[in-house]
Design a binder for this molecule. Sequence first.
Ligand SMILES: Nc1ncnc2c1ncn2[C@@H]1O[C@H](COP(=O)(O)OP(=O)(O)O)[C@@H](O)[C@H]1O
Ligand SMILES: [Mg+2]
Length: 315
Amino acid sequence: MATPASLLKLIEDGVIDRVLSPLKSGKEADMYVVAKDDVAYAAKVYKKREQRSFRNNAAYRDGRSVRNTRSARAMEKGTRFGKQVAEDAWQKAEAEALRSLHSAGVRVPQVYAHHEGVLVMELIVDALGRPAPQLAQVKPTAAEADALYDQLLGQVVLMLMNDVVHGDFSPYNVLVSAEGPVVIDLPQVVSASHNLKACVLVERDVQSVARYLGIYSPTVRRLSREAWQIWHQHEKGTLVPEFRPAPPPEPPPPDPAVVAAQRALADAGPGEVMDLVREARRERDGPRGRGRGGRGRGEEARRDEPPAGRPRPAA
Ligand SMILES: Nc1ncnc2c1ncn2[C@@H]1O[C@H](COP(=O)(O)OP(=O)(O)O)[C@@H](O)[C@H]1O
Ligand SMILES: [Mg+2]
């Protein structure tokens, strides 16, 4: 991969010393490992608007304001200048969100510089110092999945307490570092208080990681049904960093009669199953089909052949 012009510009301007290696080519950006003063950083080089996917769309723009009215008008009209303004706002949103969330204690990479359309940030690494894997590449044990889910809910809660909804939270946008999960990729963040769909986006965010972790843990599958409580607490104004949704009520214990019947059916050979069904019907309906639709039913019951090997009832 040839070094993009924007990274050469960063070297020229002394922001970084050199490019160490390409890291990943994503949907919205190309990632590189770069170095400054012998420290490695991740550099996110945003793709040109035309090469990008759908994400800069209305659902996310809702509630984002551009202060300058000339810019706002141009954005609305979709002029070339307007598109450039939208593009700058998109990139700036990620750097700003990372900065404010990092200082609020959310586990996101620390920003080092945002220069010439390149975001230079802390390189998230695994225990061996290699770039950390995406959550989607990790196969956790059930206990690890439970811990990851709990830690990630904690991040969603903290973000919400800072009026931020990620909007594209997924197993691809969480890196698993040696110290735990780190949230990345935030250009599409929305304001919880200004975006009308924020409530839906929070739920979708949580379910996106719950679906993945739920593959490994039934507890996550169960707990994730109650994720709505996070927004509920937020709306009541009672959300605190430690808040976790209460687990759903345990299902009632199974009816012992049903369990016994299931066991009998499981033990029965193929021929005996119908016997058991007939016996159960007779027990339920009585010899004349009482309690199950009167005469018609009773006649039908009488037509039933008695099970093989049992005496015919006297006429
Ligand atoms: N700070 C970082 N440290 C290590 N790897 C990173 C970092 N930021 C991004 N990556 C890697 O690059 C990939 C793409 O980055 P991301 O911000 O998600 O961009 P995209 O919008 O293209 O998905 C990530 O999935 C991750 O593997
Ligand atoms: Mg991504």
